[in-house]
Ligand binder design. Structure first.
Ligand code: GUN
Ligand code: ZN
Length: 432
């Protein structure tokens, strides 16, 4: 048994519904036994439990948070982060498709997958919903890397049978069979889960989308991930490719691809009917602000998503996104909302990275907060990771002010360590 002493914060519900959803111990103690949370409370209340055989890890002066959850990211795009393109479709053609073609090679896939997972941990991300490439070997590589580190991770093979380079195309039947074999091999093994992954409507035929829906119905408990309504030219293209559709989201709806555990990145160009369908079906929107700004895609309407009760999570969307840090991602999301006259709550933002995302992924019985029995995935925040942050924190009077400063100024320098099931899996290099 281990016990961690620090300031400790988590959420038991959506803080926009009431402040009691926030749980904070200025001087707290978190007990972990066999990788799971055993107890959480104030140091003074629980110190008597520090009996022989309990290893005390003293992190006084630091803040423990549940590990961050990245709801949308492409591991094979790690090395093309920060590639200059005109817009989404130009960037996909110039950088993304060529980069993904190289993942036919298993050595590149394995090496990149390992770096990617360690980069997530370095940034405080303990769980991610990940796109691999069209190659089944690329899925094996990311699952093997996550398994090696003991990470909870969901990933899937990209389905794509048209409108991309020939080398990257599968067929409806072939993609279906390869996905089924990967599900058999990986889904539910250790902390891994499988997501059916049609890239986006323009690169799948009707038949492929049909089979994706069939596969999802055949395997209850699987995730589904894709992109929707990211860019205006893309939206126009979808209207031409699927002339019968009412909207872009409607394409997925008609093939039975909306529902709980389905996560759609971007969701920038939705109308009222689309929003209603997202909410009715329990479909999650992944807000990817660094990507939406970088590719010039548009501004996500966070106010509408929150007030409409849409299930929401944040995605780094690397390599369209420009940072692995979900703190950087929150900062950009804040500015995007400010531009639209909406001032988001920092409490809700940190909820969205933890319990909110865990609920969106149907994983809140495993991760997302420090309820007893949950898997002990957490991060240790060190405000003194940069002098400027420490100076700003010294001026803060409330926890909410501190969290706001963390989300606006924070990055990997402030992630001192990252723990999976109570084991340290990343420790920041000592600062000079
Ligand atoms: N739409 C289809 N594929 C992609 C991708 O790889 N990245 C982003 N940002 N959007 C997409
Ligand atoms: Zn994406």
């Amino acid at each position: 048994m281990k016990a961690f002493r620090a300031s400790i914060l988590d959420f038991t519900g959506d803080p926009l519904q009431g402040r009691e959803a926030l749980r904070y111990f200025e001087d707290g103690l978190l007990f972990v036994e066999q990788g799971r949370v055993q107890a959480l409370g104030a140091y003074d209340d629980l110190r008597s439990e520090l009996k022989e055989g309990v290893t005390l890890v003293d992190l006084s002066g630091r803040l423990i948070l549940p590990g961050f959850i990245d709801a949308h990211v492409h591991y094979a795009q790690t090395d093309i982060i920060a590639s200059r393109g005109e817009d989404l479709l130009d960037w996909l053609k110039r950088y993304t498709f060529p980069a993904e073609q190289a993942f036919a090679g298993v050595d590149l896939a394995a090496e990149t997958a390992d770096f990617f997972c360690r980069e997530l941990l370095r940034n405080g991300t303990t769980t991610a919903l990940v796109f691999a490439t069209v190659h089944p070997g690329s899925v094996d590589a990311i699952f093997a890397a996550a398994q090696q580190l003991g990470m909870r991770l969901i990933a899937g093979k990209v389905l794509m049978d048209r409108n991309a380079p020939t080398e990257l195309l599968d067929t409806p039947q072939g993609g279906y069979e390869q996905s089924a074999a990967l599900i058999e091999r990986w889904h539910g093994r250790d902390r891994l889960g499988y997501a059916i992954t049609p890239r986006f409507a323009p690169t799948s035929s009707d038949e492929q989308l049909e089979l994706a829906g069939l596969l999802w119905r055949e395997h209850p408990g699987l995730w589904l991930q894709s992109h929707v309504a990211e860019n205006q030219k893309e939206v126009q293209w979808v209207a031409e490719l699927f002339p019968w559709s009412r909207s872009y989201l409607d394409v997925y709806d008609r093939f039975g691809l909306l529902g709980e555990r389905a996560v759609y990145a971007h969701c920038l160009y939705l109308d009222e009917t689309d929003r209603r369908r997202m909410v009715e079906t329990g479909t999650t929107a992944a807000f990817c602000p660094t990507s939406n700004l970088f590719l010039g895609s548009g501004l996500f309407d966070l106010a509408a998503a929150e007030s409409g009760g849409m299930t929401l999570a944040y995605g780094s969307d690397v390599g369209g996104g420009t940072s692995f840090s979900l703190l950087r991602t929150l900062a950009e999301g804040y500015k995007v909302s400010q531009l639209q006259g909406y001032n988001p709550s920092p409490l809700r933002a940190f909820y969205d990275l933890s319990l909110g995302a865990a609920r969106a992924l149907g994983l809140d019985d495993c991760i997302g907060n420090f309820e007893p029995g949950r898997e002990a995935d957490f991060i240790v925040i060190d405000f003194s990771g940069s002098e400027l942050m420490q100076r700003r924190i010294d001026r803060c009077e409330t926890l909410e002010e501190k969290l706001f400063a963390l989300m606006i100024l924070g990055d990997d320098r402030h992630i001192e360590s990252t723990w999976l099931m109570g084991e340290c899996r990343h420790r920041r290099e000592p600062t000079a």
